[in-house]
Design a protein. Sequence first.
Length: 307
Amino acid sequence: MNSPAASRSGAVAVVGRPNVGKSTLVNALVGAKISIVSNRPQTTRHRLLGIATFPGGQLQLVDTPGIHRGERSQSATAMHRMMNRAARGALEGVDAAVLVVEAGRWDEEDTLAYEALREAKVPVVLVVNQVDRIREKANLLPYLRQVVEGRDFAGVHPVSALKRTGLDALVAELLALVPEGEPAYGEDEITDKSQRFLAAELLREQLMRQLGAELPYATTVEIESFSEEATKSGPMMRIGAVVWVERDGQKAIVIGKGGARLREIGSKARLSMERLFGCKVFLETWVRVRAGWSDDEAALRSFGYDK
Ligand SMILES: Nc1nc2c(ncn2[C@@H]2O[C@H](COP(=O)(O)OP(=O)(O)O)[C@@H](O)[C@H]2O)c(=O)[nH]1
Ligand SMILES: [Mg+2]
């Protein structure tokens, strides 16, 4: 019998079409920015575990690149194939799944994600995110009725991942869906990824945010050196990073006039690294050209895209 005081622990996949707020939700539940966020689709390229520990138990949240339609097309690059593989792989061995949708919308790609979850045969909790953007709250009720009609959800939660509303009820429901057991990770652990990986991602987040149009998709980041040293004012991380682009013209854009763009990208990335790691960071960045990296599976593996 379940005793109410027993601790629970389980894995929950966070699934949905690109740009609905999956990573924002994972960060809100974990309480730290471990998964990068931008207003561009396909910001998340990797499968990442967000570990969220509560008085009642622990959720291991599997953040995924969105499941998108392009996967079957001939033109899908190696990068897209890897992203879809990561999204589907995320459903293996989870105890429950969260389907994230954008309040007021439900389209073909949401249906695609719902169907992928039904196939996985795990309980699905519907998270209707971004309710802060709905002006007329009265419109939410008919929408909720419509999206659950004929579909099988273990629960439905209107939330704002950004404003952190509705999350307590969501956490309570998810904890009830995962088995009893001791936490799989320590209370102070927040992700399965290394600091080195997180540093690369935080730099890539700034590339996603600060570069226009298609350019972010032609860039990736590699951490060349990573070390910690003691200084008079406490520990400091020394990080050397390479931004890879595909052509010389792209290199010039990333660097910007007199290096201004790269400086701005580096300084914002450094600040978010300092916030996440809780210490001073010295970040050096270089831009290098490697033609065709995004369609080269070997290159992607060397950049860590197989994990
Ligand atoms: N207004 C609002 N924006 C949100 C909310 N959640 C996410 N966003 C924004 O939606 C965009 C995509 O978020 P992200 O977490 O990267 O989506 P993902 O692709 O599903 O992981 C970002 O600009 C977020 O700031 C929310 O609850 N309210
Ligand atoms: Mg994401």
